[in-house]
Write a protein that binds this ligand. Structure first.
Ligand code: ADP
Ligand code: MG
Length: 224
């Protein structure tokens, strides 16, 4: 569960990047966050990752008030949240398998677990055959699939995606969105920031619209 209560974030004096935001995302939901550039979407994602602290208000994730998460406990807290970005952020000098395995090494998973789970995740994202490729040998869509496999390999309850299709053509954008939908149907809560209104409309999910730091609409999808 994700819950924001009267959350504001100001980087400096003046207009806040987020202004008195209230929202709740239930376990297992799929939610789009839309809004013009500069409206505060990435700020919201960073607050959920505890990369930033709110200036005002309360954020609760999986029952935990982020205010009570001490600085040195933040890496542990983040294991409950997978995240993907527009620019993939893969390790350029490691192959596909190693990129995903790396996320498990960080949390000190056993070699046995790594050998079991990495191929499973790569199959899930449709990249089992390319496990030895370097990121630069892959298309943008394939790189984002690796990033998604890496984000999910430690089985977080929540997946956050900040403009995951921003660097992709329409066909690849659709494939990534379908993959995110499939991941959601397997039980992960998925929050997707996007500009692709064509896909947002077609997918019929809950859509939260932010304008200048304020939530101006929050609409359920028709399938809900
Ligand atoms: N590190 C920062 N320092 C100062 N201002 C920032 C910083 N990051 C974002 N902002 C400002 O906060 C507002 C919201 O930015 P952001 O959350 O990145 O919007 P979006 O992701 O919707 O494009 C913008 O006005 C942006 O310039
Ligand atoms: Mg942004």
């Amino acid at each position: 569960m994700i819950r924001l209560e009267n959350v504001s974030k100001s980087y400096q004096a003046g207009v806040p990047a987020l202004n008195d935001v209230n929202l709740e995302i239930a376990p297992g939901e799929f939610v789009f966050i839309v809004g013009a550039s500069g409206s505060g979407k990435s700020t919201l994602i960073k607050l959920l990752l505890a990369e930033l602290r709110p200036t005002k208000g309360k954020i609760i994730i999986n029952g935990k008030d982020l205010k009570t998460v001490k600085h040195k406990m933040i890496p542990k807290f983040r294991r409950n949240i997978g995240v993907v970005f527009q620019d993939f952020r893969l390790l350029a000098d490691r192959n596909v398998y190693e990129n995903v395995a790396f996320a498990m090494k960080v949390v000190e998973a056993s070699n046995k677990e790594i050998k079991r789970k990495v191929p499973m995740m790569l199959s899930m994202v449709g990249l089992a055959a390319k496990y030895r490729s370097l990121p630069k040998q892959l298309s943008g869509g394939e790189q984002q699939r690796v990033a998604i496999a890496r984000a999910l390999v430690n089985e977080p309850k929540i997946l956050l995606a900040d403009e995951p299709t921003g660097n992709l053509d329409n066909k690849n954008a659709w494939e990534i969105m379908r993959l995110l939908d499939e991941i959601n149907q397997r039980g992960t809560t998925v929050v997707v920031v996007t500009h692709n209104m064509e896909i947002v409309k077609a997918m019929n999910k809950r859509v939260i619209t932010i304008k200048k730091g304020v939530v101006i609409s929050d609409e359920e999808g028709e399938e809900a």
